[in-house]
Design a protein around this ligand. Structure first.
Ligand code: PLP
Length: 439
C-alpha cells in the first residue's frame, strides 16, 4: 500500500484553479497564490488548515459563529430535525412560528417576520417591502456599509483612491463589471454621522425616499458606529418624511446584545434584517418589523411578493431555534462581552508598549482596531488611520496562529468558545507580530 502525501493548501489551490475562478468558491476567500487558506476542520474557537496549522479564529466566517464551531447543542437539534422531520417540503411547519416567537422574545421591535437564506436575500426582501409600503423608489445608504452582493447595493465610495485631504466626496463606483449603471439610479449615499448630508438628501429627494438602510455599527467598516444623536436623527427624519428606517443587523443581530443594536441604542427600526449569528453558522436569515409594513407582503398587484424554494427549511430553522434558545436562556453574550474586553485589553497593552496610537471601535463582541489618535466617525475618517500597519500586523498574527481578516475594515469577532483563549499566549503572539511589523 502506498502512502500518498496529503495535498497541501498550495496544491489544493493549484487544483482548484481548474474548477473555479480564482480557485475559490467566494472571491473574498482568495488571498493570493501563497496565502489562500484551505481548511480541514473547525471546532470551538479554532480552525485547522490542510497543512495542520491550528489558528485561534477571530474571523469566524465573517461573524456567524457566535457560540463556537460545531456546537453540539445546535448540531444535535439540526440532526434531529432532518432525521425526524425532513429538510424542505414546500409547505409550512410549526417551526416557522416557533422560531419567530423566539426572535420576538429577544427583539421586541419585531411584530411580523419572513425568512430568507442569506443576508443579501433578507436585505432584498426588506427593501422591496419598504418600497411596496411607501410606493417610493429611493434608498439612502451610508458610506462604508455593506448590504450584500446584489446589483443595486454593489456601489461604494472609492475611498482607496480618494485623497483624504480634500473636502470633496469620494467617487461612488461599482464593485466591478456586470453591474448596470442604472442600478444606482435610486441609491443615495451619505457619510455616517453627518447630519448636514442627511438633511441635504432629504431636502432634494425626500418625497421619493422609501427607506434608509443602515448598519448602525458598521460590521463592514471596522465597527465604526453611529452616534446616539445620529440614530435619533435618522428616526426623526424618517418619521417626518414618511420614509422607513431599515436597520441591517446581519452582523450585529443576536451578537452585540440579545436585542441587537436596537437594544443598545433604544431606537426602533421599521424593518430589520438578520442572518449570521441567528444560526451559529447554519444558513438562516430573516427580515421583519412593523406588522403594517410586513403585511404589504400579500397577493395582488398592490402586494409585495416574497418567497423561495429553500425559505424556512428545517436545517436553517432548527439551527436558529437551538441558537436563539441558548442566547436567550444562557449568559453566552455576557461571556462574549467579557472575552472581547479582555482581548482588547491585551491588544491595547501591546500597542501601547510599542507607542502606537490606537482606538477600538464598536462593542466587545465585534470590535474594530484602528491605528490613529481618534476613533473614526465614518468611512472617510477610516482612510486617515494607518491601515497598512494593521494589515502587516494581521499577516504576522496569522503566521503566528491567530486568524483574522488582514483588513481593518473587518472587525474581530468573538464567540463563546473563545473563553478558552490563553490571553498570555495571545499577548506574546501579538507582541511578536507587532515587533516584526515594525522591523
Ligand atoms: N448585510 C450585512 C451588514 C453584511 O455584513 C452582509 C455580509 O457580510 C450582508 C448583508 C450579506 O449577507 P450574506 O453574505 O449572507 O448574503
Amino acid at each position: 500500500m502506498t502512502n500518498t502525501p496529503k495535498p497541501t493548501g498550495k496544491a489544493l489551490l493549484n487544483n482548484a484553479h481548474n474548477h473555479m475562478p480564482l480557485g475559490v468558491a467566494d472571491s473574498y476567500r482568495y488571498w493570493g497564490e501563497q496565502d489562500t487558506v484551505f481548511l480541514k476542520s473547525m471546532k470551538g474557537g479554532t480552525i485547522t488548515d490542510c497543512d495542520d496549522n491550528v489558528f485561534v479564529d477571530f474571523r469566524l466566517a465573517y461573524g456567524p459563529i457566535i457560540l463556537g464551531y460545531r456546537d453540539t447543542r445546535v448540531d444535535q437539534e439540526v440532526i434531529s430535525a432532518i432525521t425526524d422531520i425532513g429538510t424542505i417540503s414546500g409547505f409550512s411547519t410549526p417551526l416557522d412560528s416557533e422560531v419567530i416567537s423566539l426572535v420576538k422574545a429577544l427583539c421586541p421591535n419585531i411584530e411580523k417576520m419572513r425568512f430568507a437564506n442569506s443576508g443579501t436575500e433578507a436585505v432584498i426582501g426588506a427593501v422591496r417591502t419598504a418600497r411596496g409600503f411607501t410606493g417610493r423608489n429611493k434608498i439612502v445608504v451610508v458610506e462604508g456599509g455593506f448590504h450584500g452582493l446584489y446589483d443595486e447595493m454593489m456601489w461604494k465610495p472609492d475611498v482607496d483612491n480618494w485623497d483624504s485631504e480634500t473636502q470633496a466626496a469620494p467617487e461612488i463606483t461599482s464593485f466591478g463589471a456586470g453591474i448596470p449603471e442604472n442600478t444606482r439610479e435610486h441609491l443615495e449615499t451619505v457619510p455616517l454621522n453627518d447630519f448636514e448630508a442627511l438633511d441635504e438628501v432629504f431636502a432634494r429627494v425626500g418625497n421619493d425616499i422609501a427607506a434608509i438602510v443602515i448598519e448602525p455599527i458598521m460590521g463592514n467598516c471596522g465597527s465604526i458606529s453611529s452616534s446616539q444623536e445620529y440614530m435619533q436623527k435618522l428616526r426623526d427624519i424618517c418619521d417626518k418624511n414618511d420614509s422607513l428606517l431599515i436597520m441591517d443587523e446581519v452582523k450585529t443581530g443576536f451578537r452585540v446584545a440579545k436585542g441587537g443594536v436596537q437594544e443598545l441604542y433604544n431606537i426602533k427600526a421599521d424593518l430589520t434584517t438578520y442572518a449570521k449569528a441567528m444560526g451559529n453558522g447554519y444558513p438562516v436569515a430573516a427580515f421583519g418589523g412593523r406588522a403594517d409594513v410586513m403585511d404589504m407582503i400579500k397577493f395582488g398587484a398592490d402586494g409585495v411578493t416574497h418567497g423561495g424554494t429553500y425559505t424556512a427549511n428545517m436545517i436553517a430553522l432548527s439551527a436558529a431555534k437551538a441558537t436563539l434558545t441558548i442566547l436567550k436562556e444562557t449568559d453566552a453574550l455576557e461571556t462574549i462581552d467579557q472575552v472581547g474586553a479582555d482581548i482588547q485589553e491585551v491588544l491595547g497593552r501591546v500597542f501601547t508598549q510599542f507607542g502606537i496610537e490606537h482606538r477600538f471601535a464598536g462593542p466587545n463582541a465585534m470590535f474594530g482596531v484602528h491605528f490613529g489618535d481618534e476613533v473614526p466617525h465614518n468611512y472617510r475618517d477610516w482612510k486617515k488611520t494607518n491601515s497598512d500597519l494593521y494589515t502587516t500586523f494581521a499577516h504576522n498574527l496569522i503566521k503566528n496562529g491567530v486568524m483574522l481578516e488582514p483588513d481593518s475594515r473587518e472587525p474581530w469577532f468573538i464567540c463563546e468558545a473563545h473563553k478558552n483563549v490563553d490571553l498570555e499566549w495571545l499577548e506574546n503572539v501579538a507582541t511578536q507580530s507587532m515587533q516584526d511589523a515594525l522591523n
